[in-house]
Ligand binder design. Structure first.
Ligand code: CMP
Ligand code: MG
Ligand code: ZN
Length: 395
């Protein structure tokens, strides 16, 4: 940390010294605030947007019902959403000098777009790789597809369109830094980019374990990677609609149909590996390379997919690697969402998962565990086996 104070100070550190896994010596901040009404919504000088929010059990049950309906019939377009207007403020936020920053502030973009950050950001990112011209993508179909994504996200505290946009942004940043975009066929790159906004589509704000426990129809249809299969399936179903067929530029090519099948499979393979229960599998594959002192050969199709899966997964977990003011908002959002599921479990009369129980703690311990056991090892290993992203991952 080069003598700089660590911004991820673990307040339980002895004698005010940071007890985080990094080798730093920083002064501890005040304790992580309790979640609950009547408490000051700020931490470490940062206003917290979500500290006091909770999703009531009734609303989570509605999300779960909607999940069941989506499962029975593919989403049909009933509304014809207009493309979001790009105000000067939004245009400035989406300008390359802002868009190419690691610490791009999605929460600011959300506010500037009146709560619709996903479609605009996704379009700007796809454009930034020159894909619309290179592939001659039908812009109307792309816009419809992205608007449908925006609409299919529920207003969850964490798993909302802002998170989807954030993950797509971080993924693009890592791809570009890793020069991986240069190794992909343009249509492969397009599908990889779309996996970002697709990766949590229709998320109800509760986890796979509860859906399995409740025998929700989605868990009967997809017994493993329950939600991830559902996210991928929704994205695929939309892609099959003629008015959202973003891959229609392949129709005139002799191998068009088989290429479309392969690209849909790639979309699925990327979204499925955002399942945290597959984290160990990704790590094992990366570690195998690392142990052999080798790097991933991204010219090799199978290894290229592993590289994309690892980077999308890293992007999904990247919020604690952002600057403190951004990270703390996401942390409170995820903890608030976890506690809302805990409230629902109590409401349903099932055992409340300890990590989701607001009466047991304030989320600090789970945050430290998450950082030390998942995020840090993933980013360190990615840096070793994907040399181009080394600087970014070490940062
Ligand atoms: P999801 O985005 O579906 O996939 C990655 C998961 O990691 C995410 O859901 C959360 O369940 C979890 N996650 C992400 N960020 C954090 C965090 N800061 N603390 C704890 N869990 C997190
Ligand atoms: Mg997910
Ligand atoms: Zn996610």
């Amino acid at each position: 940390m080069g003598g700089l104070a660590c911004r991820r100070v673990e307040p339980t550190g002895v004698g005010g010294v940071c007890a985080c896994a990094m080798t730093c010596a920083a002064v501890a901040t005040p304790p992580f605030p309790q979640n609950g009404p009547g408490l000051r919504p700020s931490f470490d000088g940062v206003d917290l947007l979500l500290l006091h929010r909770a999703t009531p059990p009734a609303q989570l049950l509605q999300h779960m019902d909607k999940l069941g309906r989506e499962l029975q019939s593919p989403p049909s377009e009933t509304e014809s959403d207009a493309w979001v207007e790009e105000t000067p403020e939004v245009a400035a936020l989406l300008a390359p000098e802002s868009l190419n920053l690691w610490d791009f502030d999605l929460i600011k973009l959300d506010q500037a777009t009146g709560g619709k950050p996903l479609a605009l950001l996704a379009f700007a990112l796809i454009q930034s790789f020159g894909l619309i011209e290179r592939l001659k993508i039908d812009v109307d179909k792309l816009k419809k597809y992205l608007l449908a994504f925006e609409r299919l996200y529920n207003p969850c505290l964490y798993h909302n369109p802002i998170h989807a946009a954030d993950v797509m942004h971080a993924f693009c940043f890592l791809l570009r830094k890793g020069k991986l975009d240069l190794e992909l066929e343009p249509e492969e790159l397009l599908i990889a980019l779309l996996a970002g906004p697709a990766h949590d589509l229709g998320h109800p704000g509760v986890n796979n374990a509860l859906l399995i426990k409740q025998k929700h129809p989605v868990s009967v249809r997809f017994p493993t990677s329950v939600l991830e299969n559902h996210h991928a399936s929704l994205a695929e179903q939309l892609l099959e609609r003629p008015d959202m067929d973003v891959l229609s530029f392949l129709d005139t090519k002799p191998d068009g149909p088989s290429r479309k099948v392969a690209l849909r499979q790639l979309l699925k393979d990327l979204v499925l590996y955002t399942d945290m229960s597959l984290h160990g599998k990704i790590m094992d594959t990366l570690k195998e390379k690392e142990d052999g002192a080798a790097t991933l050969d991204v010219k090799e199709p199978a290894e290229r997919v592993v590289a994309l899966q690892a980077l999308l997964h890293a992007a999904d977990l990247s919020n604690p690697c952002k600057k403190w003011e951004i990270h703390i908002q996401w942390t409170h959002a995820i903890v608030a969402e976890f506690f809302s599921q805990g409230d629902l479990e109590r409401h349903l009369g099932v055992d409340v998962t300890p990590m989701l129980d607001r009466t047991l703690g304030c989320g600090r311990t789970s945050q430290k565990g998450f950082f030390v056991h998942f995020i840090r090892p993933l980013f360190i290993t990615c840096a070793k086996v994907l040399p181009f992203v080394q600087d970014t991952c070490e940062m």
